[in-house]
Design a protein around this ligand. Structure first.
Ligand code: HEM
Ligand code: SF4
Ligand code: SF4
Length: 514
């Protein structure tokens, strides 16, 4: 059931991504950059926050006036900064929500990925604390309502001896000292948020935290235009002697306040705590996936470090040799970090199908999907590609997360799917053409900038272009190799590309038409 829902959500997501790919190009596609955009928005919020803070007065009587001064007198600079600060904060909620929904739909939160998911939960709490505490500082009637409701909500826990909401009983009970404390909260919450954002990507190897420049400029310009066109304004000044009745809530941060008014603090704590706990535990809820993680075979490992450099999850480390062989280092896999993508297998120089031995043992392998199986399955497939001397014979290598390549099979076309296309050592392309009797090899896998395993398609491109070890050998004619990145929903375009490729091979090899 859950699987069917996720599959249909995934198909919709991939279709939407395809539309954006066509409009922006895959590199600038914002859906592929949600995490990096959220980081960038944080920097906008931080920079504008510093500016606004310089003009802000941290007293109960002066706060509102100083914000009004920015908005009305210095609207062209401080007003724009204030609006940018607000809109970028709102946008953070949106991009963060889309980012974690995407990771969920793509099933990228279980196994070794639990850490990024789990640390996402405190991120949500700190983002909300940062945003909500910002609203207090304006000290208008919205701030008054939000501050009192928030304090009452916290008071319900009974952790403070005296209820902190008492500071808002009337205009005399709110002191500058307490107000300064609120200001500090709004400074420290984002600092903690940044700290957890750093922890969040700590286990990702070479995480991408900055969006491409074009996208960053686009985001900044859009928010600036919005800030100039629709400047943010305050409500009337807070007055603790009255109960503020009419205000426009910021639905990005305040969607829970109407619930608070209706339910009261206890049920809202129950809901917030329950949902947080459920989300935090999701990586361990059934169906559990536990594929066998990569294993190093020391007798074949020469310590070249390629697997260490290529692993997208930092699961491989190099440590001093333990087996007395004359190499300085050896590869070591931390099973807790390994997602069983197999990319390290594709990077190992020992992973070659040309060796004569029956057992194809590599320096590093996936026990659940060993390289010997890839070679044997490929050999078997190529033997059954048919005695076609009229149609070009093509071996397709794909990945479990892209198009179902088995569905491409037809006379003259054989296909093999791997956990990730990055698992394919380029020597297999050479092997398919020089030994397997294939006229060409088609490589496919998730679309550019969308690899399920982060780097599989990128490293494959680089290996074929001979800019990343292990290179595809010079002797392989590049026009016999066709790379076509395609997501699971791109069957039609991939089939078209395959046929075009076969056509070009037919011309090249002089094979007759049907
Ligand atoms: C301020 C909010 C957030 C920011 C700035 C952020 C940013 C990022 C970045 C930059 C990455 C690494 C992307 C890469 O290089 O592959 C990432 C990965 C990830 N994020 Fe977030 N994130 C945020 C919130 C969240 C939340 C709330 C969740 C879920 C509860 C979440 C779940 C994940 C997961 C599961 C990954 C790992 C993907 C993988 O290993 O392939 N993130 N995030
Ligand atoms: S299979 Fe290899 S490349 Fe993939 S996460 Fe595990 S160690 Fe890293
Ligand atoms: S790529 Fe292969 S030979 Fe090189 S360090 Fe890794 S396991 Fe050893």
């Amino acid at each position: 059931m859950l699987k069917a829902i996720r599959r249909s959500l995934l198909n919709s997501l991939l279709r939407i991504e395809a539309v954006f790919d066509r409009s922006f190009g895959s590199r600038l596609n914002p859906i592929r950059q949600l995490g990096t955009i959220t980081f960038f928005l944080f920097w906008i919020v931080a920079a504008t926050g510093i500016y606004v803070f310089i003009l802000f007065e941290t007293t109960v009587s002066g706060a509102y006036g100083s914000v009004e001064y920015m908005t009305r007198d210095q609207w062209y600079l401080a007003g724009v900064m204030r609006s940018l600060h607000r809109y970028a904060s709102d946008a953070m909620v949106v991009t963060m929500a889309l980012h974690f929904s995407r990771e969920f739909i793509m099933d990228r939160y279980r196994g070794a990925r639990w850490f990024a998911w789990f640390t996402g939960v405190p991120i949500i709490w700190f983002l909300y604390t940062s945003g909500i505490s910002g609203y207090w500082l304006v000290w208008d009637q919205l701030a008054q309502y939000i501050a009192i409701a928030s304090m009452e909500w916290i008071d319900w826990l009974g952790i403070f001896g005296e209820p902190i909401a008492n500071n808002f009983l009337d205009n005399t009970s709110l002191t500058d000292r307490f107000f300064t404390l609120l200001v500090f909260m709004h400074i420290f919450a984002p600092l903690f948020l940044l700290f957890i954002m750093w922890i969040h990507v700590l286990r990702v190897s070479q995480p991408k935290i900055n969006p491409p420049r074009g996208l960053a400029i686009g985001v900044l310009i859009s928010l600036t235009v919005l800030s100039v066109a629709v400047p943010v304004a305050s409500h009337a000044e807070a007055d603790l002697e009255i109960y503020p009745a009419v205000f426009n809530l910021d639905w990005f941060y305040m969607l829970f306040y109407p619930l608070y008014d209706r339910w009261g603090p206890g049920p809202l704590w129950g809901m917030a705590g329950g949902i947080s706990l459920l989300v935090a535990l999701m990586p361990w809820l059934p169906p559990m996936k536990k594929p066998k993680t990569a294993v190093v075979y020391l007798d074949k490992c020469n310590g070249c470090t390629r697997c260490f450099e290529d692993c997208p999850f930092g699961a491989v480390s190099m440590r001093p040799r333990t087996d007395g062989r004359p190499y300085e280092r050896e590869a070591f896999v931390d099973p807790d970090l390994c997602t069983s993508c197999g990319i390290c297998v594709g990077s190992c120089p020992v992973s070659t199908p040309f060796r004569q031995t029956e057992e194809l043992v590599t320096g590093i392998d996936l026990p659940g999907f060993p390289l010997v199986r890839v070679r044997n399955d490929a050999v078997k497939a190529m033997q059954h590609a048919g005695e076609s001397d009229v149609e070009a014979k093509v071996m397709v290598f794909g990945c479990h997360h892209g198009v179902d390549v088995k569905a491409l099979e037809r006379p003259g076309v054989k296909a093999l799917s791997l956990p990730c296309i990055g698992m394919l050592p380029p020597s297999f392309i050479d092997f398919a053409i020089s030994r397997g009797g294939m006229d060409g090899v088609l490589i496919t896998g998730c679309r550019e900038n969308g690899c399920y395993e982060r780097q599989g398609n990128r490293w494959t491109d680089d290996r074929i272009a001979s800019v990343r070890d292990p290179y595809l050998r010079e002797r392989v004619q590049r026009n016999r190799v066709y790379v076509s990145w395609a997501d699971a929903t791109d069957m039609v375009s991939l089939t078209k590309n395959l046929e075009e490729f076969r056509g070009s091979l037919k011309d090249m090899t002089g094979k007759a038409g049907k």
